[in-house]
Design a protein around this ligand. Structure first.
Ligand code: ATP
Ligand code: MG
Length: 185
């Protein structure tokens, strides 16, 4: 199964974000949009994992939250990875936060020894809103930067759980399911 560790948002925030991005979806950029129920902040992508390891991963998740506090996340600001000349991912930003970093470190600390080493790149907290289509070309994204800078969305959300997620790649896009939920205190 395909797994990742994430922070999920309250439904009302996902809806609000989805609404805020509607003007962007109305433009004809070749972007595949994440469904509102799928909006999340990935802390660690685990990838394909043998079913037999589920227990081990659940235990690691539990250790990763130990002593972790609920997180107020400040969402706002839109951008793309890696850059506007070749956008792959369109995102809404998450303000850097010490408690968030601590939690992310906790996840790396617990999952690293299980064979999921830290990514070689810096942690840039974000919620992916959409991904560029496979055969999109640079010129298809003309106007995207301007469109993103015109968008308005500011929200502070309190996240109360750390979730082990399962991703099933279906024809209409990935479908996510919570496998295990650990409460922050
Ligand atoms: P799709 O792959 O169909 O476009 P998706 O990327 O949402 O959909 P997954 O590939 O299963 O679905 O990814 C699950 C989560 O893990 C997403 O938040 C995704 O951005 C993140 N992710 C996927 N691959 C990586 C990776 N190599 N490194 C870091 N994060 C990743
Ligand atoms: Mg993917």
């Amino acid at each position: 199964m395909r797994l990742f560790v994430a922070l999920n948002l309250p439904d009302v925030v996902r809806r609000a974000l989805w609404e805020a991005a509607s003007a962007l979806r109305d433009r004809d950029f070749p972007i595949k949009w994440v469904r509102p129920e799928g909006l999340h902040l990935t802390l660690k992508f685990l990838g394909e994992v043998d079913d037999a390891r589920e227990r081990e991963l659940r235990d690691a998740l539990q250790r990763a939250v130990a002593g972790g506090k609920t997180l107020p996340l400040v969402l706002g600001g839109f951008g793309v990875f890696p850059d506007f000349s070749r956008p792959r991912v369109v995102w809404v930003g998450v303000a850097p936060d010490p408690a968030l970093e601590l939690l992310q470190h906790g996840v790396e600390r617990e999952f690293g020894p299980l064979g999921f080493p830290p990514e070689g790149r810096a942690f840039r907290p974000h919620l992916t809103l959409g991904r560029a289509g496979r055969d999109a070309r640079a010129r298809d994204f003309e106007g995207l930067e301007t469109a993103l800078s015109a968008m308005r969305f500011e929200e502070t959300v309190v996240v109360e759980t750390l979730d082990l997620m399962r991703s099933t790649l279906e024809r209409g896009g990935a479908v996510y399911q919570v496998l295990q939920r650990e409460r922050l205190s």
